[in-house]
Ligand binder design. Sequence first.
Ligand code: BGC
Length: 553
Amino acid sequence: MTQELTTSLATEPARSSESPGWWRDAVIYQVYVRSFADSDGDGIGDLRGARERLPHLAGLGVDAVWLTPFYASPQADGGYDVADYRAVDPLFGSLGDADDLVRTAHELGLKVIVDVVPNHSSDQHPWFREALADRPGGAARARYHFRPGRGVHGELPPNDWESVFGGPAWTRTTDPDGTPGEWYLHLFAPQQPDLDWDSPEVRAEFDSVLRFWLDLGVDGFRIDVAHGMVKAAGLPDIGHTEQAKLIGSQVLPFFDQDGVHEIHRSWRRLLDSYPGDRIGVAEAWAPTAERLALYVRPDELHQAFNFQFLKCPWDAAAMRQVIDESLAATGSVGAPTTWVLSNHDVVRHLTRYADGSPERGLARARAAALLTLALPGSSYLYQGEELGLPEVTDLPDELRQDPAFFRTSPDGQDGQSGQDGFRDGCRVPLPWTRSGESHGFGPGGSWLPQPDTWSGLSVEAQTGDPDSTLELYRGALALRRELPGLGDGEMSWLQAPAGVLALSRPGFVCTLNTLGEEVELPVPGRALLSSAPLTYKAGTVCIPPDSCAWWAI
Ligand code: BGC
């Protein structure tokens, strides 16, 4: 049946595109350094490896890269446990390698964003060692959250907060004489003690850390746990368990407290004091799009990851609602929206969308890529999504490194196989070549095994194949640069049948069919690109199931 596709304006223009900075519509590629490219054969990706592969990213057509933490760290949480914020961990190279990478990226026209981890340090950071050696109430303990325990002998944690990774958010210390001492707060692993941002020393130190990397030439920061640095006064109990399930749907006494905004305002001033458009991107979990938008008010950060979109199921009505809410919320403060489908903390979207069928997952992932790249604002790509990589769901437990896996099922044998929702399966190193040691990831194997089927998903295998996911991304990113109507700017909805989204940008239409059957529509314009082959009848086009197409009008 032919469906109506008329140009009724369903939404107001998303926002004005006055004086946009580069970041307002940038496509930013997340490099999970440990799994991107390994230059020295130790099986772990590093900065030199990443630098050598930058031409792949320039050729892909992205605007910037975001590098996950490469700082000195015992690696209790993939480097999100920093022992020295100004040093490169030898695992990843040297400061010289970081400098080379930033210079090479700039030569290739790519901006570089690095992670900063201000909510917590490593327990091996000199400050935490000093704190442990100090007495209760001592100055070195004021940089963290130390508290006496509850109960007659202080044997109970100071409050009922739970770690995001499972278990209590408090660990008891042992005093120098061997007796049990105070407890310290860690919203993540025990090796990640939370810093106390009431301490002027903490604030001054992070200003200095930001300056250090800005002086080296980075173009901005992805701010880890940007919603967590301020805790509610008195550290009040929450009153119930399974608190991790409330993150992103409720304001908790340890997340999304209003006090964090003053820190972000001060960082904005610092960023603005540097030449060029240096940006701050909030990794913030907030209960609503409106609360998330507070992080990107004009005097705060530039962008915040849109996790509401990431969490949205494959359903046209739900997607449209999230898109509208996101655009309205960020538009109300004049900020661009970001579109994120995957990152190093979530099951890859191909697998999330698969509903048990990898082919369906791939079709939907390809379609989702075209949808997100057509939306107004900035897009984040997670390494490997341009190859159509699925989540690896059969990793042996003994190779797993995600601390959440071990804290949720201490022996890794909880009968649930522990794969879904944990974070090693999305961190398997990239396949670059069809064959060879670790498919070209590096000369010495890879820290997590790559499935054999990844040979056909490698960059080498997909390059030049017009039907490949890699060429689909290359084509989409090239068009996005060419077409003035894409990127920052206006968007409106066109009428479309249930299960189909049709959105209009100046000179451009995008049609997404989320249904499991093809849909016949009037031809919207000249086909530019589609995630699956289109077929035509007189005046109509058949949009295949789970597919997306771009049209010039
Ligand atoms: C990072 C995670 C990390 C956590 C604690 C998150 O936002 O993305 O990978 O485990 O922060 O630092």
